[in-house]
Design a protein. Sequence first.
Length: 319
Amino acid sequence: MAVVFLVCVAGDASEHPRIHSVSGRARARLLRREREPAAREDEGPSGPGLGEISPSVKRGIMSRGEVQFVDCHVHFGREHLEDFTGSFEENRLCGAWNIIGAGRAEGDELVMLVRESDALTGGAVASFFWPDWREIADETFPARCADRMERLYEVGIVGLKVWKDMGLGLRDAAGELVMLDDERLNPIWEKMVELKMILVAHVADPAPFWLPLDESNPAYRTLKAHPEWHFGKSGLPTREELYAARNRLHRRFPELVIVNCHCGGYAESLGQLCDWMDEMPNFFASIGRSHVAADDPDRERLMREHADRLLFETDLGMH
């Protein structure tokens, strides 16, 4: 029986079994439920992991079909909980990470969503919180957010999400853009390290989002529909500056697990993604099948060297 939270991008299971069959070490990284990490017999290079799988999830995994998937990037609220979890069997899912968007669930509503998810799935859904980062202009926000993470942890939240507006839209009280490695945010990351929570980060976007907005741009149709996603404007940081800020955060907090969604934001160069993962043991990436080109020369290297830090995602939203 295999539990897959890696995406198949390079042929069938007979050709690339490690893509399909997750090792015991990797399987232990589905959900974080304990403050102290579980010991692993096949401990590899030093660095943080994603925690120990909960017993209820383990029972569900072992009792289901031969291959099951964990979708590590979905968005749904209470009104869609039964619809989503009811599709587990059809879609061969045994678990999911639900990233609860800012404003979609607050206070008691958020607590109810977490508790109902646990009750309905036996703990197979891990809940992540997406704070309203627009509050960042308030200098008290980092301390308040850190305090809130402590309370949310107690009700079952396992991590939080930052989106691409970090560095591209969020501004402090002086009107300056706030980058991911801004030291004023340190109280949040310190609290997450203390609680062994996971940060899911959507940093930057594909390279065409910085190219001139004309018909020669490969993303022209997307950017015409979403002009707010075009970042090739004066006063905004480059992709490279955004990734540099993210990587500085990785290095500053080596015990903070950061799952960089959408192929780490660098699907066009798996070699660069591998280099980052080589350097930073706390660099994880979630990937959908469409993110990886079949002819990328570094796809074999990515799967061979970093399979235990790749997660499967769909970014499915039910709103």
